[in-house]
Write a protein that binds this ligand. Structure first.
Ligand code: PEP
Ligand code: MG
Length: 751
């Protein structure tokens, strides 16, 4: 009799499956062995145990092995190398439960191992014919495997991107064809080729593979198809709420960042190798920019940058002596046209992805500036780079809705600083909203409604009116100091990133600039600002604030704020890399120039200086030594940001070297909770009110005592609900987006 072996990650599951199969054989004996789990309760599979099970099950008629997922297949393959007669063993691609039941019935009835294996393969047939609609697997040995596309919008760019990403990881060449429309075979490793399948909902795709991991790869396609290639129903919904990122209500027509046509310079090719190097460097820049946004929304874009088919076309054009911009532009135009030719409007719309990436690479290649939205209304975008967010004009942009992002991402902070209502993490479906559609959004609650009915619009307007009343009331008292009910004066400052922000801060009654993000002067340009340029801008900021104290934070470059002229080395985890003070100490000449500029301004007007991302006392001492080199300025206050958990825990060590601590809750939260601040999937882990973060803030307050002032300049300071808790931890200065100063002062007065 043919023996059966069940390879499964869970031992109880394997035993239960065997019990079920045994029921079906109506008392006839079976030769079944189980090789499952590492022990009774630990999940796993073990090749040696499998080879032993095969030996035990084989009475000379051979063995059919049924497996569950992933590494079970790999372990079984390895086990095959250990058995004496591998030719007598068939590894079945059948699903474990249905396959085992069918195989058990066949084996018990005396079928040979090929018949048993065939029966197992067809184990799903009954369920398929019964259920019809959502069946995704048919195994037909002659034609290969087929899967059904169940996604509402078909195999469009995002699910296709998921498929391509996963299949590339296998050592196999997998091909697909659309059996419903009768296309030819295309490689599953090319997003552009997969898109040309025009696979719509309910279309049947044929899958075939060759190579070492062909079975696993084809099985993976089957599993992915069954799981709608990772798309959830929620993503298909018309609107899902996002997270509030910048308070306020915005209504207006949907608009997008429009990229004007890029003029390609008429410069001859410098030879295929040189042109390829130019293009490669632009592709690397864009890859980095996309990686920094950490959004699955850009998976399709990222894959296009590595698309074999597209790059082969580019190479061919470079070899024909086209210059890099021309070759890239023509190859991407060809790819976009292939999408345009598809019949499904949704898939046709994906040409936009190709054109967006094409433009992004051309901009990097030709070193063109960041584009800005063209028009007035509510900006809808996948995500914004800090440079794009910084370029938004609050007079024209009533609100921002981002498919990705999180409230402490730098893009979100910049919208808050500019007083532009913003919702982040609203999901990719917002990108399908046609331009010009009326949008109503609430940056406090995260609500976004496209094409609202009259009553809904009226409700938004009523809420906006209430907010205006509250704000006006707060504004009338904004210039007055904020003192708690217990009589403790609290300075409420503004976080600013430009002279314009400084004006807004003054207009909103800020007592000081508690954080000047000096990087705005250094980003999005081709060389560092000179000392004179810096002095002029810092001075202008102080003047705009009417001579109130300005807290200049030294350059916080790196991570998601790289400098074009000093790109960081490739880092797997840029947020854990050379950023903030680490970056400045690594580039001492530029740091020395900034400190010189700061000291010069501090001789004219009240200035505090602080260092970002300090981790150790050695770093702080090194920074102070460089500051001393830059010269003296009476009245210059020196502080550090506390945004690394280690710095919070060793606050006492820093006390002798600083006049103040400024707690950066945005970074402190991301490092404490190990949840990257820009990651939309981790919205629930971005709260600065997390008890673990609160403990660190408390610890800093206690270490500082009366000797060192404690400020908070992270976004938490602008959260009215958090204000009383921060004050209770010993915080005596809050620095928030300019528009929030009046409301935070009111919250202090109520505390
Ligand atoms: C912070 O990390 O909380 C902070 C204020 O700095 P930034 O947001 O600029 O990193
Ligand atoms: Mg920070």
């Amino acid at each position: 009799m043919v023996g059966l072996v069940v390879v499964c990650h869970s031992r109880p599951l394997a035993r239960a499956a065997v019990a079920l199969a045994s029921e079906m054989t109506q008392g006839r004996p079976l030769a079944v062995e189980v090789a499952a789990g590492l022990d009774e309760t630990t999940f796993g599979t073990d090749a040696v145990a499998i080879s032993e099970a095969i030996a035990a099950a084989d009475s000379g008629d051979g063995v059919v092995v049924l497996m569950d997922l992933g590494s079970a297949v790999l372990s079984a393959e390895l086990a095959l190398e250990m058995v004496d007669e591998p030719s007598r063993v068939v590894l079945s691609p059948a699903p474990l439960v249905e396959g085992l039941v069918a195989a058990a019935v066949a084996a018990a009835s005396g079928a040979d191992r090929h018949e048993v294996a065939d029966e197992a393969r067809n184990g799903l047939a009954g369920k398929q014919s019964h259920l019809e609609q959502d069946v995704t697997v048919e195994q037909t040995p002659a034609d290969g495997t087929t899967v059904k596309v169940i996604n509402k919008h078909g195999l469009h760019a995002r699910p296709a991107a998921r498929l391509v990403t996963e299949i590339r990881a296998f050592d196999a060449r997998v091909e697909l064809r659309n059996a419903t429309t009768g296309t030819s075979w295309v490689p599953a490793s090319s997003l552009t080729r997969v898109a040309t399948l025009g696979a719509l909902q309910n279309h049947i795709l044929e899958v075939r593979g060759e190579g070492r991991e062909a079975i696993e790869a084809v099985n993976r396609v089957v599993a992915l198809a069954a799981a709608a290639f990772g798309e959830t129903d929620a993503e298909d919904a018309d609107h899902t709420p996002g997270g509030g990122a910048s308070p306020g209500i915005g209504t207006g027509p949907a608009l997008r960042i429009r990229e004007g046509a890029i003029d390609l310079p008429d410069v001859p090719s410098q030879g295929p190798a040189t042109e390829w190097r130019r293009l490669e460097s632009a592709l690397a820049d864009v890859r980095q920019e996309i990686a920094r946004l950490h959004s699955p929304i850009f998976d399709a874009h990222r894959l296009l940058l590595d698309d074999d088919d597209l790059l082969a076309d580019v190479h061919a054009r470079l070899d024909r002596n086209e210059a890099a911009p021309q070759a890239w532009s023509a190859a991407t135009a060809r790819t976009a046209a292939a999408f345009d030719d598809l019949t499904d409007p949704y898939l046709r719309g994906r040409a936009a992805d190709v054109r967006a990436v094409s433009q992004q690479v051309l901009r990097a290649l030709l070193k063109l500036p960041t584009p800005a939205p063209d028009g007035d209304g509510v900006l809808l975008a996948a995500d914004l780079t800090p440079a794009e967010a910084a370029a938004l004009d609050p007079e024209r942009i009533a609100g921002v809705v981002l498919a990705a992002g999180s409230p402490t991402s730098h893009a979100a902070i910049l919208t808050r600083t500019r007083g532009i209502p913003a919702v982040v993490g609203a999901g990719p479906q917002i990108l399908q909203i046609p331009d010009g559609t009326l949008i109503a959004m609430d940056g406090s609650t995260g609500e976004v409604v496209a094409d609202p009915s009259e009553p809904v619009l009226a409700a938004f307007r009523a809420r906006a009116q209430q907010q205006r009343v509250r704000r006006t009331e707060a504004l009338t008292r904004a210039a007055a100091p904020a003192v708690t009910t217990g009589g403790v004066p609290i300075e409420v400052g503004a976080n600013i990133g430009s002279v314009e922000d400084a004006r807004a801060a003054a207009a909103n009654g800020a007592d000081l600039a508690g954080l000047v993000r000096t990087e705005f002067l250094f980003l999005d340009r081709d060389e560092a600002p000179t000392v004179d340029e810096q002095v002029a801008v810092y001075r202008a900021i102080a003047e705009a604030l009417g001579g109130r104290r300005i807290t200049l934070r030294t350059l916080d470059a790196g991570s998601d704020k790289p400098l074009r002229y000093l790109p960081p080395p490739a880092e797997a985890n840029p947020f854990l890399g050379v950023r903030g003070l680490r970056h400045s100490l690594a580039h001492p000449a530029m740091f020395a120039e900034q400190l010189t500029a700061i000291v010069r301004v501090a001789r004219e007007t009240p200035v505090s200086v602080m260092f970002p991302m300090v981790t150790t006392a050695d770093e702080l001492r090194a920074a102070r030594a460089m500051l001393a080199e830059a010269g003296d300025a009476p009245g210059l206050q020196v502080g550090m940001m506390v945004e690394v958990p280690a710095a919070a825990l060793r606050a006492a060590e820093f006390v002798p070297y600083v006049d103040f601590f400024s707690i950066g809750t945005n970074d402190l939260t991301q490092y404490t909770l190990a949840a990257e601040r820009g990651n939309a999937a981790l919205l629930s882990l971005t709260s600065g009110l997390d008890p673990a973060v609160a403990q660190l803030i408390d610890h800093v307050g206690r270490a500082a005592g009366d000797r060192v002032l404690v400020a908070v300049c992270g976004e938490l300071a602008g959260d009215e609900a958090a204000v009383p808790k921060l004050l209770a931890s010993g915080v005596r200065e809050l620095s928030v987006a300019p528009g929030l100063v009046p409301l935070v002062k009111q919250a202090v007065r109520a505390a």
